[in-house]
Write a protein that binds this ligand. Structure first.
Ligand code: ADP
Length: 241
């Protein structure tokens, strides 16, 4: 934790959300410092994706507050729109643009940068995700793993304040998954990126996360450091659902 722990980079206080009358998450509390990785895990349907959507501003919490860089972005009568929150998301479906080549995907999100700066950044990121050789391909010409790496490149290239990853590596083979995981901690972003990383694969998550949020039946059953989780949590490191 940084020295400035009274003002964490991202803070969720008593967050609650329901679809219609069905509660999805209740009393969620966590804090993340700038540049940290928060791993979010738990069984299917426990509300992991919903938490990412609440942080990104794609849903509004019914109760509680979300504070980003000291500013309330979600609270009673406050709802800062997604485009003002500095979040990039990689979803389980990649949501690529079928009419754009790999390079075009990246040029499009960098539209405000100068041409030379753009070219350099695109080459750097394509190299990072091992897609330089596919730069003129359309999504239908890419394998599932390549599509996933393009989705990751598109999210990372804008140097977001927050990178929200929803099971982002599920389509990658073990070797690539390991590479992406180790690179997660050294992302080539201009500023330190704070990462919220949802995964079922707890052993994998524990390798990269600084903090863990664990959910069960719509409630959080653990929030704390990864070391604390490994020491105290009943699932230990062997859980892999
Ligand atoms: P997880 O990511 O842990 O699998 P989700 O956050 O996707 O869980 O979903 C939590 C719960 O909310 C699940 O029971 C799911 O069925 C329900 N849910 C998700 N999206 C919707 C929706 N659009 N409408 C109604 N219920 C939903």
């Amino acid at each position: 934790m940084s020295e400035n722990s009274d003002k964490p980079f991202l803070k969720a206080c008593d967050i609650g959300f329901q679809y219609g009358v069905v509660p999805v998450v209740e009393d969620i509390n966590f804090t993340v410092e700038k540049g940290e990785i928060l791993g979010i895990s738990g069984p299917s349907g426990s509300g992991k994706t919903t938490i990412l959507r609440l942080v990104a501003g794609l849903e509004k919490a019914d109760s509680g507050t979300i504070v980003m860089e000291g500013k309330i972005v979600s609270g009673e009568k406050i709802m800062v729109p997604p485009y003002q929150r500095g979040c990039s998301m990689v979803f389980q479906g990649f949501f690529l643009w079928p009419h754009m080549t790999v390079t075009k995907h990246l040029q499009f999100v960098l539209s405000k940068k100068k041409i030379k700066e753009k070219q350099q950044r695109i080459a750097e990121i394509l190299n990072f995700v091992d897609l330089l050789g596919k730069k003129n391909c359309y999504p239908y010409e890419l394998s599932g793993g390549e599509q996933q790496r393009l989705a990751i490149a598109r999210a990372v290239i804008v140097s977001p304040d927050y990178l929200l990853l929803d099971e982002p590596f599920s389509n990658l083979d073990l070797k690539r998954r390991k590479k992406m995981l180790s690179l997660l901690t050294t992302l080539p972003t201009e500023e330190q990126t704070t990462i919220l990383y949802v995964s079922h694969d707890l052993p994998e998550l524990l390798k990269v996360a600084d903090m863990i949020l664990f959910l069960e039946e719509n409630q959080q059953t653990f929030f704390g450091t990864t070391e604390e989780f490994v020491k105290t949590h009943k699932y230990g490191v062997e859980m892999n659902r």
